[in-house]
Design a protein around this ligand. Structure first.
Ligand code: SF4
Length: 347
């Protein structure tokens, strides 16, 4: 029965729940192997690196699980200057990484003009794709940044359960987040979204809905990372999510979503010492190293003890490359655009 489900073209919600509920290690390995086979079929052996620059840890929102939430007064806040950001982007492209991710909390200081300036300057100096991960912003801003040259937008939905979404986010609504993702796609962004695994009150049914929502949104990248409880947040005393359930979710997502980029997240690597290797062997084809420079990198504390946050970014990238190559995989020298776009271009 397991083999039948693993080889089906389309999975029902019940079948997704069956796979997510596998608790026998041999069955789980079958799931990971099938996801790995499909990753090879749809994405090949190459691993795409996306270099993240955390440009500001200031945020106007108050998501209950996040260490950057506005009410966390214990965190030392920072904003990088435009010059620092442009210089970091140039250094990242010199490392042979061809996607720059500009990431921050919802910080309106980085307005339409500043972000447009950064996109223009980075594109002048480096041949890279630019992903923006700046939270929910206005539709006008999204449009302006697309015209300025942004390629992709990453906006995680975090949970497909409307009631849980409202519990986690207070002011924000799931319907609004989905409208933003649809708008971003409609104006030509490659879009990334995804959810957190192991959030308080979340069920296996919710995770199945997360995967199905990613399918409905026709994502170019789907990211699933474990919830890690963060001090000085309302959820500080909850248990963190597990690496096992996160890996099962990634594997099922590969089987359901097929031609999509899936990262082996830093959060997974934080809760499991070989989380990246396990993720890359369970359907993932992307790694997103944090290349924020000192002194800022240790203060982007969405969750505590982020793997590598005290390491020199250049040294940690070299060690990451070795870990990927030790799996027999190759680091891509391309931008790693949407697999769906590549497909459309070849037909
Ligand atoms: S998850 Fe994002 S929007 Fe929410 S508090 Fe953290 S940085 Fe801000």
């Amino acid at each position: 029965m397991l083999d039948d489900i693993l080889n089906k073209e389309d999975l029902s919600k019940e079948e997704i729940i069956t796979l997510l509920s596998l608790d026998n290690k041999n069955d789980q390995q079958k799931l990971f192997d099938r996801a790995n086979e499909l990753r090879l079929l749809y994405c090949g052996e190459e691993v795409h690196l996306r270099g993240i620059i955390e440009i500001s840890n200031i945020c106007e929102q108050n998501c209950v699980y996040c260490g950057l939430r506005a009410d966390n007064k214990k965190l030392e806040r920072y904003r990088m200057t435009p010059e620092e950001i442009i210089e970091t982007a140039k250094n990242i492209s010199n490392l042979g990484i061809f996607t720059i991710v500009l990431q921050s909390g919802e910080d309106c200081h980085f307005d339409s003009d500043i972000i447009s300036y950064l996109i223009y300057q980075i594109k002048q100096k480096a041949n890279v794709a630019i992903t923006l991960s700046l939270g929910e912003r206005t539709f006008e801003e999204y449009r302006t940044w697309k015209i300025a040259g942004a390629d992709r937008y990453l906006l995680k939905h975090e949970t497909a359960n409307k009631l849980l979404y409202e519990k986690y986010h207070f002011k924000q609504q799931l319907s609004e987040r989905l409208e933003h993702l649809k708008f971003l796609k409609s104006i030509g962004y490659q879009i990334g979204s995804g959810s957190m695994i192991g959030l308080p009150m979340q069920t296996i049914e919710d995770i199945a809905d997360d995967i199905l929502l990613c399918k409905t949104l026709d994502l170019d990248m789907a990211a699933f990372g474990p919830f890690i409880s963060s001090p000085d947040t309302p959820y500080q005393n909850f248990n963190s999510g597990s690496a096992e359930l996160t890996l099962k979710t990634m594997a099922v997502a590969r089987i359901v979503l097929k031609k999509v980029h899936i990262p082996a997240t830093t959060a997974l690597d934080t809760i499991d010492s070989i989380g990246r290797e396990k993720g890359l062997s369970a359907g993932a084809n992307v790694v997103m190293p944090d290349l924020t420079p000192f002194p800022y990198r240790s203060n982007y504390q969405i969750y505590p003890n982020k793997r590598g946050s005290l390491d020199d970014p250049t040294v940690s990238t070299a060690s990451l490359q070795k870990r990927i190559e030790a799996l027999g995989r190759k680091i891509s020298s391309k931008r790693g655009d949407s697999l769906k776009m590549d497909f459309e271009h070849t037909v």
